[in-house]
Design a protein around this ligand. Structure first.
Ligand SMILES: NC(=O)c1ccc[n+]([C@@H]2O[C@H](COP(=O)([O-])OP(=O)(O)OC[C@H]3O[C@@H](n4cnc5c(N)ncnc54)[C@H](O)[C@@H]3O)[C@@H](O)[C@H]2O)c1
Length: 325
């Protein structure tokens, strides 16, 4: 099977490209490099020893997106491309709505034109809003607390509507919890352009002395140590979830899965694990809570285990280990 990986130069996309190639899939990558660099493409090829076409295409450009499908035979798409910073989405909502919705629509239009109906979408635990039930099952109520979350919900709705209109579509919505960690070679990691929005790349910038200290937003949440609790998952486990979804989800429909470990760790637990495993100190300061942040969020991942035969395997220590190259 030949898979178009949009956003394949990005953090989760690049790790997924490696796992797909190692599982025997052929890939084509499209990424406008707005939050990544072409180095990731070279590293994917170096790690796997396999070649594949790369297109530096902005998927908001409908014509260029359609050209890509004319040039390359494609059987299915994993759609990672999108913007992901919650804070930035609050400041620049139109930029988020435009990029995260228009690029999905262009890809879907191009697929429909060419009779390709196999689509895997990068959704997020953010679609559960402030969850009422923990661990969170897939059928929990959905809501959004910021424009980024709204784009994920809208994309999910668009995909459900699409299947209702034409039941040849085979759509998988993968709701990721909090991916961290990197490839054991040290070549691929979460290395966003600019100041990181997520915990682990921020910790790593402090570790590398590129930032002075970590900002911990709130220590008065109703959690064991007062800091927010999240379901951190190793990015390679997450990448393997995509391979499992392609392997198993052969029937048309809208298939929805949580990809998480089922265990929650607090911000301070992650900081301590990072310090222990890398033998270092991470200075931090406690700041006020960030608007829109929630106290606790962790998955019930049992559906993915039952139906995809997939389960996260790597420990928090493995997620925190920095590989020096
Ligand atoms: N990292 C997380 O914590 C997390 C959690 C839940 C969901 N997600 C979703 O998973 C997907 C991948 O996330 P990531 O962490 O790898 O982010 P990332 O920013 O590292 O990767 C996204 C990639 O998409 C590319 N891109 C963005 N807009 C594009 C466009 N219009 N055309 C072509 N390429 C474009 C970027 O250059 C980048 O390489 C995103 O959709 C994100 O919302 C991420």
């Amino acid at each position: 099977m030949r898979i178009l990986v949009t956003g394949g130069a990005g953090y989760i996309g690049s790790h997924t490209c490696v796992q797909l190639l190692e599982a025997g899939y052929e890939i084509v990558v499209a990424d406008d490099l707005s939050n990544s660099s072409e180095t990731a493409i070279h590293y994917i090829k170096g790690i796997t020893g396999k070649e594949f076409p790369f297109y530096p295409v902005d998927l908001k450009d409908r014509e260029r997106t359609e050209q890509l499908f004319e040039l390359e035979p494609i059987d299915g798409v994993i759609h990672f491309a999108g913007y992901k910073a919650v804070g930035e989405s609050v400041e620049r909502p139109l930029m988020y709505y435009e990029n995260n919705l228009v690029s999905t629509m262009n890809v879907l239009q191009a697929m429909r034109k060419r009779g390709i109906f196999h689509f895997v979408f990068s959704s997020s635990a953010t679609v559960y809003g402030d969850p009422e039930i923990l661990p969170i099952p897939e059928e929990a109520p959905l809501s959004a607390t910021n424009p980024y979350g709204c784009t994920k919900l809208m994309n999910e709705q668009m995909l459900k509507d699409l299947y209702q209109s034409d039941n040849r579509w085979n759509i998988t919505l993968l709701r990721y919890f909090n991916p961290i960690g990197g490839h054991p070679t040290g070549l691929l990691a979460d290395n966003p352009n600019g100041i990181p929005n997520n915990l682990m790349p921020y910790i790593i910038r402090v570790y590398e002395n590129k930032l002075d200290q970590l900002h911990v937003y709130g220590n008065d949440y109703p959690t064991p140590d007062g800091t927010g609790v999240r379901d951190y998952i190793h990015v390679i486990d997450l990448a393997d979830g995509h391979v499992a979804a392609l392997d198993r989800m052969k029937e048309p429909g809208v298939h929805i899965f949580n990809l998480g470990t089922g265990t929650g760790y607090s911000v301070l637990e992650v900081v301590r694990a990072f310090e222990n495993v890398n033998k270092c100190r991470i200075p931090y300061v406690i700041d006020p809570r960030r608007a829109g942040d929630i106290a606790m969020c962790y998955a019930d991942p049992s559906k993915a285990e039952r139906e995809l035969g997939w389960k996260a395997r790597r420990s928090l220590e493995e997620m925190c280990k920095v590989v020096l190259i």
